[in-house]
Ligand binder design. Structure first.
Ligand code: C2E
Ligand code: MG
Ligand code: MG
Length: 404
């Protein structure tokens, strides 16, 4: 990844002229860059929009009369703004946090949130953060259906595996297979860059089938090595609209000599139209064939309570948006508790996804989840690396209380 260039231009955008003057004076003491002050957001946007330079920093007031900060940064994202962004407001911390999350969701590099008026120390820390922060990823290019189908044929699709461990004691229960595409020119492409396209363009079925084939074969290989674990595989809701899907899976597990009960099919819904009757029929048939079914990203998007009313699942995965930070943020904790409760009452295993640190681990363990998955335990790993990780993990955690 290229190094972050030193800051060259700092834009202060605030409708309060006094605030602009104050910050400009403070910034002038902190570094060798040009400070541009704007009280008119439209003029500021016009000045920034065509630059797209990673050496810029925009300090943005989120409450402005003519265009609010939210609209401002959405437009910055639209024009591919590459620089740093700091949000400034007299609003509550919670409001600043929410706004920063939104800006990140738009792919912007948010380096700080500043209360008003910001202190010299906070500004100094902000500038330090901009200097060390990683530049945003190059704008991602959507892949085409033809490219993906060619990649499947060329054997460029592979899986990484992320452990799911018991919160009580740390035993490895299973892994989730996560698809990647090894592209000759662009390196490893993450699923976010091609799954949606594949769903829209009708290319998901060959992809899913390749992933199942790879992951089931891998499970058989681990078993031969003495590692007997569940393997979770993601299915698109479109796969579940395909009446041949259960037969395909049955043939796949039979070919590799794997017990269907050791395969967990993770279902995330998308907004795409689907026939509920076919979905119910396919899921029911999969359960009859003893595959396990998991509802993924629970609480988010379309993985909703209505699904739990109508279909039977073996496992519920609490979305990482509720797990990570649950110990700190009440609203996340409330949804986490509710999800655990519904999972328990319906007799499902509860998995906390996105366990990123010790606080997430402790929170999940103490609040009723059964299993944890996340970077605190391990990032997604290659098949061989998983075996090495497992040996180390077991040695470190021979004493059950010592997990983490
Ligand atoms: P998912 O099924 O919810 O998978 C978990 C995602 O969260 C993975 O991203 C994983 O790398 C990431 N993750 C795990 N632990 C942490 C953590 O502690 N912190 C953070 N921030 N992230 C964590 P990945 O591999 O990029 O996959 C993204 C999504 O793409 C998956 O979300 C799944 O919906 C989809 N996907 C992946 N493989 C397949 C596939 O074979 N078929 C289909 N249809 N979808 C897939
Ligand atoms: Mg999943
Ligand atoms: Mg998930």
């Amino acid at each position: 990844m290229p190094a972050t260039p030193p800051l060259r231009d700092v834009f202060v955008v605030d409708d309060d002229a006094f605030m602009v003057a104050t910050m400009t004076a403070m910034l002038a003491r902190l570094g060798e860059f040009t400070v541009h002050g704007y009280t008119d957001a439209r003029a500021a946007f016009a000045a920034i929009r065509d630059r797209a330079r990673a050496s810029d920093l925009v300090i943005l007031d989120i409450n402005m009369p003519d265009i609010d900060g939210l609209a401002f940064f959405r437009q910055l994202a639209d024009v591919g703004y590459q620089g740093c962004l700091a949000l400034c407001s007299g609003e509550s911390d919670a409001m600043l946090r929410t706004t920063a999350q939104l800006a990140r969701a738009y792919g912007l590099r948010v380096n700080g949130s500043l209360p008003k008026p910001p202190s010299l120390e906070l500004l100094r820390a902000l500038l330090g953060g901009c200097a060390s922060g990683a530049p945003p990823h190059a704008r991602r290019r959507e892949r085409t259906q033809e490219e993906l189908l060619a990649a499947i044929d060329a054997g460029e699709i592979f899986c990484e595996y992320q452990p799911k461990v018991e919160l009580a004691g740390g035993t490895l229960r299973g892994v989730e297979a996560l698809v990647r595409w090894r592209h000759e020119a662009d390196g490893v492409i993450p699923p976010a860059d091609f799954i949606e396209m594949a769903e829209r363009r009708g290319a998901i079925s060959p992809l899913t089938r390749r992933v199942f084939d790879l992951a089931v074969a891998q499970q058989a290989a681990w078993k031969r090595q003495g590692l007997d674990i569940l393997v979770s595989i993601n299915a698109s809701v479109l796969d579940l609209g395909d009446l041949d899907f259960p037969d395909f899976l049955k043939r796949c597990t039979a070919r590799h000599g794997v017990d269907p009960a050791a395969i967990v099919i993770e279902v995330t819904e998308s907004g795409l139209a689907r026939d509920e009757r076919v979905l119910t029929e396919v899921l029911t048939r999969l359960r009859l064939r003893r595959f396990q079914i998991s509802i993924d990203d629970f609480g988010n998007g379309y993985s909703t309570l209505a699904k739990l009313r109508d279909l039977v699942f073996d496992e519920i995965k609490i979305d990482r948006g509720f797990t990570h930070g649950a110990a700190t943020y009440e609203r996340r904790a409330a949804i986490f508790h509710a999800s655990v409760d519904v999972g328990r009452r319906l007799g499902m295993k509860v998995v906390a996804e996105g366990v990123e640190d010790r606080a997430d681990w402790d929170f999940s363990r103490l609040n009723g989840a059964d299993l944890a998955q996340g970077n605190f335990i391990a990032r997604p790993l290659g098949a061989d690396a998983l075996v090495v990780w497992h040996d180390t993990w077991m040695r470190r955690h021979a004493a059950p209380a010592e997990v983490g």
